[in-house]
Design a protein around this ligand. Sequence first.
Ligand code: UTP
Length: 292
Amino acid sequence: MVQPITKAIFPVAGLGTRFLPATKANPKEMLPIVDKPLIQYAVEEAISSGITELIFVTSSSKRAIEDHFDTNFELEYRLAQQGKSDLLDLVQKIVPKGVDCIYVRQPQALGLGHAVLCARQVVGDEPCAVLLADDLIDCSTPCLKQMLNVYHETQASVIAVEKIAPEDSDKYGIIAVDKSFKGQGYIHSIVEKPKMQDAPSNFAVVGRYLLSGKIFEHLSRLTPGRGGEIQLTDAIASLLKEEKAMGLIFDGTRFDCGSKLGYMQATITLGLRHPELGNDFRSYLKETVESF
Ligand code: UTP
């Protein structure tokens, strides 16, 4: 029987240096796209894919994330008093009933792999999801759900990938796959941020993973890799020597909201689609672009 995946890790303890100065005192994951913080998009994706335990790996400068998923008694009281039931509903439904939030600390930003390892005590040896909220993935079927479908078919770890321009290889983890790889297939190996000439393919890992519980053993054995950080990619490379993992080109669009350009692209795309603002925003954008 396939072991169900109910836990998701959200590593949110990074320093967000690409987005300074905005991220000096504010968590990158709390930057809003239109009216919702990035982390809430990732949490909604996880919940709509069937995840019921949300494990946030945070740091001392990320308290706003805990507050966002907690009750704000005064705000709720005032909204109720003012009869603003729609807004009250909106804030009360951020974490639906039956979903739990758990917080663990990463004492130092020692890398994504280290952040995931910090969640080991909570996850145990179960398979789990890992979602990086700065990758906002816009899909009609949630990206994580698409990955879970593959997990249920194959019982292997699943890693979301997308095709990139070869010159961008040194920004991503890159997988090696069969030449015939189109939408999904077994990963032969994986390497973190290779030079273009060393990249085994043009398929780059994006911020969604379904990982076997064995990943923690591999993470715990690692020494710092590229950039002096404990790299999740290195642990996956080690896991691949023992277990199979699938690469999946998800059906949807990824916005790299850890970069300023990706963030603006996400804001424009989701702004244009916003039910209340979309039409006015479209007219404004059109006029502005024409007058530049
Ligand atoms: P990134 O490398 O995109 O985030 O890590 P960063 O380090 O915050 O940003 P830059 O590169 O300096 O601009 C991907 C994810 O992993 C988390 C980040 O919060 C982000 O969601 N992360 C990264 C940690 O939780 N801990 C770390 O030590 C590193």
